[in-house]
Design a protein around this ligand. Structure first.
Ligand code: ATP
Length: 252
């Protein structure tokens, strides 16, 4: 398989703190790759170095065959990154914001089509501040697609969303992959990583401590004799919730 991102011996120091301590991994073209780990493990720092937003202390990173130190501008053209909400001018509509970002990327885009991809066509004339939490997350994912990137980075895209919105966002992320775009995602939800990711890397104290498919990691643990307490019921509270409230988007 073809690596679209290659990280070798990456180190990032903040003063005396080694937030990233010699991380190496590859992301293959066309996969959904998850970066997992406890708070403060170094995930965001690693992602932002790959996105060319932070300088590494040492190590080599290439994205789409380009070097982050020498070819940052070319990399920015090929990747989709969620912008901070502060960049969403409050008085502009979603359509106007998409056009504004397209202008920054020097791209000619159909704003309606992009909003359609994230089921926000009905909100095209709304302002960002008028959106619900789930709609804001979807809009933020839409902005990553404007420059038709080869790799999209999503930092905790479903945090704070209701069960329906999470599931619908999973479908959206799978759609993005189905169109050939590689997706790199961070999440604290292990069910989400298990459902969505082709492979995951688990980061702890600035190091990768495991990397594989979710299935292989689970099998390895089971092979050590690990057994989880037996599930006594055939459904859980989330099943009850979804059964009662349905699976449709709820924030329209
Ligand atoms: P979370 O799951 O909480 O988002 P994370 O895995 O993304 O955590 P990072 O944000 O990369 O972790 O932070 C790793 C460590 O580096 C933390 O101890 C954090 O306090 C520290 N850190 C991050 N950014 C800076 C910075 N700009 N200056 C100094 N220290 C920083």
């Amino acid at each position: 398989m073809n690596p679209i991102i290659s990280v070798k011996e990456l180190v990032k120091e903040y003063g005396t703190l080694r937030a990233v301590d010699g991380i190496s991994f590859e992301v293959f073209e066309g996969e959904i790759f998850g970066l997992l780990g406890p708070n403060g493990a170094g995930k965001t720092t690693t992602l932002e170095i790959i996105e060319t937003l932070r300088e590494p202390t040492s190590g080599t990173v290439t994205v789409c065959g380009l070097n982050i130190r020498k070819e940052a501008d070319a990399i920015k053209q090929q990747i989709g990154v969620q912008l901070q909400a502060a960049g969403y001018y409050p008085s502009l509509t979603l359509t106007e914001l998409i056009r504004l970002f397209a202008g920054l990327y020097n791209r000619d885009v159909d704003a309606e089509e992009i909003l359609g991809k994230v089921a926000l066509t009905d909100k095209s004339k709304a302002k960002y501040k008028e959106l619900s939490g789930g709609q804001k997350q979807r809009f933020s994912i839409a902005t990553t697609l404007i420059n038709q990137p080869r790799v999209v980075f999503l930092d905790e895209p479903t945090t704070g969303l209701d069960p329906q919105a999470r599931r619908n966002l999973w479908d959206l992320i799978r759609d993005i992959r189905a169109k050939g775009t590689t997706v790199v995602i961070t999440t604290h939800y292990m069910d989400e990583a298990e459902q969505l990711c082709d492979r995951v890397a688990i980061v702890e104290k600035g190091k990768v401590i495991a990397i594989n498919t979710p299935d292989a990691l689970i099998d390895k643990l089971v092979a050590t004799g690990f057994e989880r307490p037996k599930e006594v019921k055939k459904a859980n509270l989330e099943d009850v919730f979804l059964n009662l409230t349905g699976r449709e988007w709820r924030d329209e």
